[in-house]
Structures are given as C-alpha cells and as structure tokens.
Ligand binder design. Structure first.
Ligand SMILES: [Fe+2]
Ligand SMILES: [Fe+2]
Length: 150
C-alpha cells in the first residue's frame, strides 16, 4: 500500500522542482555583469537537472497510481529567490539558491525517511539519488559565496 506521506512529499518535491526551474530560469536571464556570467552558466545547467528531477518524481507518482500536480495546485514558496531589482545583485541570487537547495535537501531527507518507513525502496532510492544532486548544487553555490565574501 502506498503511504500517504510518501505521496504528499513526492508531490511537494515535484512542485518545488518546478518552482526552482522557474526561478533559476528568470535569474539566469535577468543577471547582468562580468561577475554574473559564471553564475548564469551554472544556473542554466542546473535548470536541466531540476527539470529532470521533476520528471523522475512525476513518473514515480504515476507508478504509485498517483499523479503530479498541474499549475492550479501550485503554491509559490521561494520568496528569497525572486529576481533582484538590481540586476547586478548576484549575491542575493547566490543566497537564494543556497536557501532553495537547503530546502530541497530537507524535503528529500524527509522523503527518504517516509519511504523507508513505508518500505518503498524504489522511492527511497530515487530520493537518495536526487539528494546527492542537491547537495552538489549547494556545494557549488557555497563556493561562489566564498568568492563573494572576499
Ligand atoms: Fe532538484
Ligand atoms: Fe538543486
């Protein structure tokens, strides 16, 4: 039997990935300046990875006889990741990305626990795999942060 908690977390994670794609895309377009170039490139790469995460989560929901939500069920949460008024304010985007990745990390940790509890090892395995990607994203942006602290 499918655990309700597993389904809820899969759907939440799916929505968060879509919101991340929206905000990484906007920020990768909005930012200006020499220092922004590397950040924009990194965001562009991550957009593809986050979209792939959403697809994997959606397919897992389908396998559990559930479905990924459409836009009517969408709720925005990433207030700190809105494109900055000042298009050269790269630091605010870096901080927003770190916060979004940390949020994703805690969601995937919760999903791992819930899936383990429900003995849903396929979902557990998927959450472990995605968690690894999110930790790598966080590490990359923490590195950018260090450069900006100088
Ligand atoms: Fe992701
Ligand atoms: Fe990520």
């Amino acid at each position: 039997m499918t655990s309700q908690q597993v389904t809820d977390l899969l759907q939440k994670a799916y929505g968060d990935e879509i919101e991340t794609v929206m905000n990484y895309l906007s920020n990768s377009i909005v930012l200006d300046g020499v220092r922004a170039e590397e950040i924009k490139e990194s965001l562009q790469q991550d957009i593809q990875e986050e979209l792939n995460h959403a697809e994997l989560l959606g397919n897992r929901l389908k396998q559990l006889d559930e479905r990924p939500p459409g836009s009517a069920a969408f709720e925005a949460h990433q207030m700190s990741l809105q494109p900055p008024e000042d298009s050269t304010d790269v630091l605010s985007v870096i901080d927003g990305v770190i916060e979004a990745e940390e949020d994703a990390i805690s969601t995937y940790r919760a999903l791992i626990d819930a899936a383990e509890e429900a003995e849903d090892h396929v979902t557990e395995d998927l959450a472990v795999q995605i968690l690894g990607d999110e930790e790598a994203h966080r590490t990359e942006f923490r590195g950018f942060r260090k450069e900006y602290e100088k």
